[in-house]
Design a protein around this ligand. Structure first.
Ligand SMILES: [Zn+2]
Length: 195
């Protein structure tokens, strides 16, 4: 090493004191080692600080990303809410409270409606009876001739063979007598028509 005081060059490392100025070289070499250590430590600490800064920046980036994501999601959620509100929301339904008073009320309402329906039905019946009463039945008497058959009489008077059944009903004629009508008997033929 060189003497730091008198700058004498190339002194051997085992020499403790400068041959020129008697300076304690050992103390200086210890000081140099300490300085080197200090430099190394400073360097390590700078590296660590750099890492801390890097981590801090990464944390900030992550936080910003996270906040951005939350805002985006909130935006889409409110958009969905708006769409739902505008297009799908139905007016609020009144809440049904099943208390005794309401039940009584509903019962009363039901009874009233039933009574009204019964009354309407009665009115309709009366109307039908009225129409029936207005129906005019005109009758003629007919004396049964030889070879008369009830179906032929239906055809003759009503243009309908099946009218035989109505004639039979009006005159109490059993079906087995349709071909064996008592000659000379009088039967009633009813013609129903509206006035
Ligand atoms: Zn010296």
């Amino acid at each position: 090493m060189d003497c730091p005081v008198c700058h004498k060059k190339n002194i051997e490392s085992y020499v403790h004191n400068c041959p020129e100025c008697e300076t304690d070289l050992l103390q200086f070499s210890i000081f140099d080692m300490a300085a080197e250590d200090y430099l190394a430590m400073t360097k390590r600490s700078s590296i660590l600080e750099g890492k801390v800064v890097e981590l801090e920046q990464k944390r900030k980036r992550d936080r910003n990303n996270y906040v951005g994501k939350i805002y985006r999601n909130l935006f889409f959620l409110s958009l969905l809410g708006l769409i739902y509100f505008l297009f799908f929301k139905k007016p609020p339904q009144p809440e049904i409270v099943p208390d005794q008073a309401t039940i009584e009320n509903l019962k009363k309402q039901h009874e009233t409606q039933t009574a009204q329906l019964k009354k309407d039905l009665e009115d309709a019946k009366n109307q039908i009876e009225g129409i029936k009463a207005q129906t005019n039945v005109k009758s003629i008497q007919y004396v049964i001739q030889k070879d008369d058959i009830l179906w032929q009489l239906g055809e003759l008077f009503y243009n309908n063979r099946l009218a035989a059944y109505q004639i039979a009903k009006d005159n109490d004629i059993p079906e087995e007598k349709f071909r064996l009508l008592p000659v000379g008997d009088t039967i009633t033929l009813n013609f129903r028509c509206h006035e």
